[in-house]
Ligand binder design. Structure first.
Ligand code: ADP
Ligand code: MG
Length: 222
C-alpha cells in the first residue's frame, strides 16, 4: 500500500519479488522475543538500519533473499537475527551434530567479523558459534567443532572443506544458509565445497535460493 511505498522511497529501497513482507520501522515489530530485543537494546541500537527494516521481516517469513546495501549498513545482523530465531524454532535442538546455520564468507577477516557479531547475539540463547578460516591452526578448529557440536558455523570455503574432510563437522543439519559477499566468493574453493561436500538436501536448498528470491537493495548499489 501507499505507506509501504513511502517507507521504501524514503530509504531509497528497491524491492522485487512476489508477496513480499512489509518493512518494519522498529525492532518491536520484528516478532523477536524479549531475550533478543534486550540484547539489541543493550548494544545501543535504537532502530533497525534500512536493509534490516525490510530484510528481517522477509527472512522471518521464510523467504530467500538477495540483499544488497553498502558496507556498514548492518547486513550481518540482518541475517544473524532471523537465523537465531530459526534455530530456536527447531522442534528439537539435537546436540552433537553439525551447524544449523551456516555462513560462508570469502575472507578470514570477514569470517572473523561475522563470528564476533554472531557471538554477541547468540549468547542470550546459549547457542554456540564457531569460525573456521585459513591462517589459524586446523587442529584447534577441529577441536572446537568436535566436542558437543555447534549451532552456527562461519567459515571460508577452503577451510570448511578441510573441516568436513577431517570429519570435524558435516552439513546434514544445515537449514539456514548465508553466502556473505557472495559476489567475491565464486572461486575454486567455493565450487569445490558445493560439488564435493554438500549433501543432496542442502544442494537442493542452495538451488532453491535462486528460484524465487526477494531482491532488496538500498541506494544505487546495483
Ligand atoms: P555490513 O555487513 O553491511 O557492511 P555490518 O553488519 O558489519 O555492516 O555492520 C556495521 C556496524 O553497524 C557494526 O558495528 C554493527 O554492530 C552496527 N549495527 C548493525 N545494526 C545496527 C543498528 N540497527 N543500529 C546501530 N548499529 C548497528
Ligand atoms: Mg558485511
Amino acid at each position: 500500500d501507499e505507506r509501504v511505498k513511502e517507507i521504501r522511497r524514503e530509504l531509497d529501497m528497491h524491492v522485487s519479488g512476489a508477496d513480499v513482507a512489509k518493512p518494519c520501522i522498529s525492532f518491536a515489530h520484528f516478532g523477536f522475543d524479549e531475550a533478543l530485543l534486550n540484547v539489541i537494546i543493550k548494544h545501543g541500537y535504537s532502530e533497525p538500519t534500512g536493509i534490516q527494516k525490510q530484510a528481517v521481516p522477509v527472512a522471518m517469513s521464510g523467504r530467500d533473499i538477495i540483499g544488497i546495501a553498502k558496507t556498514g549498513s548492518g547486513k550481518t545482523a540482518a541475517f544473524i537475527w532471523p537465523m537465531l530465531i530459526h534455530i530456536m524454532d527447531q522442534e528439537e535442538l539435537q546436540k552433537g551434530e553439525g551447524p544449523i546455520g551456516l555462513i560462508l564468507a570469502p575472507t578470514r577477516e570477514l569470517a572473523s567479523q561475522i563470528y564476533t557479531e554472531a557471538k554477541k547475539f547468540a549468547k542470550s540463547y546459549g547457542l554456540r558459534v564457531a569460525a573456521v578460516y585459513g591462517g589459524a591452526s586446523k587442529m584447534d578448529q577441529f577441536k572446537e567443532l568436535r566436542p558437543g557440536g555447534i549451532e552456527i558455523l562461519v567459515g571460508t570455503p577452503g577451510r570448511l572443506i578441510d573441516m568436513v574432510k577431517m570429519k570435524a563437522t558435516n552439513f546434514r543439519r544445515v537449514s539456514f544458509l548465508v553466502l556473505d559477499e557472495a559476489d567475491r566468493m565464486f572461486d575454486l574453493g567455493f565450487a569445490l565445497l558445493f560439488s564435493a561436500t554438500f549433501p543432496k538436501k542442502v544442494e537442493i536448498l542452495a538451488r532453491e535460493v535462486t528460484t524465487e528470491p526477494v531482491r532488496i537493495s538500498i541506494g544505487n548499489v546495483g
